[in-house]
Design a protein around this ligand. Structure first.
Ligand code: GLA
Length: 397
């Protein structure tokens, strides 16, 4: 049995198709076209909002945004994925989120305006390839592509790091998800063939070349549990509670990044059992990312893979953000030949796993996992192989 394979296809073909669709929707050619990739995280989960370390990779699946200025003060947006248009009056654009795909566009426009950047009337067409709600950061891809398109119409150039920060803020304040900086950062700064290790405090990236002997295989469980957003913010609150409790006696602790295993043990009586386990995950996960950096530098794929399995177990048992389907997917990977490591990737409660698979073992991995996952859960997974892509870019001017 084979699983559906998602192929992003060549960027140039996609650009031609988008220009054609733009013409059909707006009756003119776009003035600018931008792409921003989704991401998969190799290791370092739920560490970014604790000033910690992450190691994402930008993937070949992108969101595209084509734009042209309009004569009035309105922002019209058409989504190719939802076959739907929305229109915003830029003077009254602020308002509450509607749980709609256009919230991300509106959030970005609101934040840009709040920061004093001009946002002019425009016709915008969005075409997304990143599977939605699968933990591959389709939202960051929409935000970054939108921000680049909207700001391209004014004379002001905003540094890319500022674009990433503004888009994170848009997601935090506008959609209510208190996410960290990882997704927006890698969508901007990913590099072809490299993983990006990010120190989320200094925002200093370290690029690590991925060995050519392995492929990144992404398995979509096809489930997304409803509780995801609320549980995410609750995890973050746990982390903040511990910092608050501990920093009274350890003023150097500004975030969980500053806490050691020993510190945590010594303050155990101040912390609930659940919060203790949440923090243990963050502390051990940060250490795993640092180890993973060494492993990649030494081309030690086996070591990297072992760290990924450990990360998954910690996310499952201590951070409690995995779910039955993700655990099934990781267990299936463990049994396959030529797999070095597997883990859930992204916020959790469904979505995807990331698997490090030897080049020659990919085809067998794919058919075996697809078959056994379907047998166990009744769901047909999407399985795809992605390279490490470059960060957001302009395709036509
Ligand atoms: C989501 C958030 C990120 C990060 C991950 C978990 O993808 O957007 O900022 O916190 O979850 O690592």
């Amino acid at each position: 049995m084979t699983s559906p394979i998602l192929e992003p296809g060549p960027v140039s073909k996609r650009a031609d198709k988008i220009a054609e669709r733009f013409q059909a929707v707006y009756g003119t050619t776009p003035l600018g076209l931008f792409r921003a990739p989704g991401r998969v995280n190799l290791i370092g989960e739920h560490t970014d909002y604790n000033d910690g370390f992450v190691m994402p990779v930008a993937i070949d699946f992108c969101c595209y945004a084509a734009i042209t200025p309009s004569a009035d003060d309105k922002l019209s947006v058409y989504s190719e994925q939802f076959h739907e248009s929305v229109e915003f009056d830029l003077d009254q654009i602020a308002g509450s989120a509607r749980q709609h795909w256009s919230d991300y566009v509106r959030g970005v426009a609101v934040v840009l305006r709040c920061e004093g950047y001009p946002v002019k009337g425009a016709d915008l067409l969005l075409d997304g390839q990143v599977p939605i709600g699968s933990g591959l950061s389709s939202s960051a891809a929409i935000e970054i592509a939108t921000a680049l398109a909207l700001t391209s119409l004014s004379e002001i150039t905003i540094p890319l790091l500022e674009v990433a920060r503004l888009c994170q803020r848009a997601e935090n304040t506008y959609t209510g998800a208190r996410c960290g900086i990882m997704d927006q950062f890698v969508s901007c700064f990913g590099r072809e063939n490299y993983a990006l290790m990010l120190d989320c405090r200094s925002l200093e990236p370290t690029y690590l070349r991925l060995p050519s002997s392995i492929r990144l295989v992404i398995c979509n469980t096809m489930v997304r549990h409803e509780l995801a957003a609320g549980e995410y913010n609750e995890r973050r609150a746990s982390c903040e509670r511990v910092v608050k409790a501990v920093c009274k006696s350890l003023p150097r602790v500004r975030a969980l990044r500053d806490l050691t295993r020993e510190d945590l043990e010594r303050h155990r009586n101040l912390i609930s059992d659940v919060d203790f386990r949440r923090c243990r995950h963050v502390i051990t996960e940060n250490a795993r990312v640092i180890d993973a950096k060494e492993a990649l530098r030494d081309l030690d794929v086996a070591r990297l893979g072992a760290l990924m399995y450990q990360s998954h177990d910690s996310l499952d048992r201590d951070y409690e953000v995995s779910c039955h389907e993700l655990n099934v997917m990781v267990e299936l990977a463990r049994k396959c030949v030529g797999v070095y490591g597997a883990r859930m990737t992204g916020g959790g409660f469904g979505g995807c796993t990331i698997n490090l698979v030897e080049n020659d073992a990919v085809a067998e991995f794919q058919s075996k996992v697809a078959h056994e996952y379907k047998t166990t859960t009744g769901l047909a997974p999407q399985i795809f192989v992605s390279g490490a892509a470059g960060g957001a870019s302009e395709l036509i001017k």
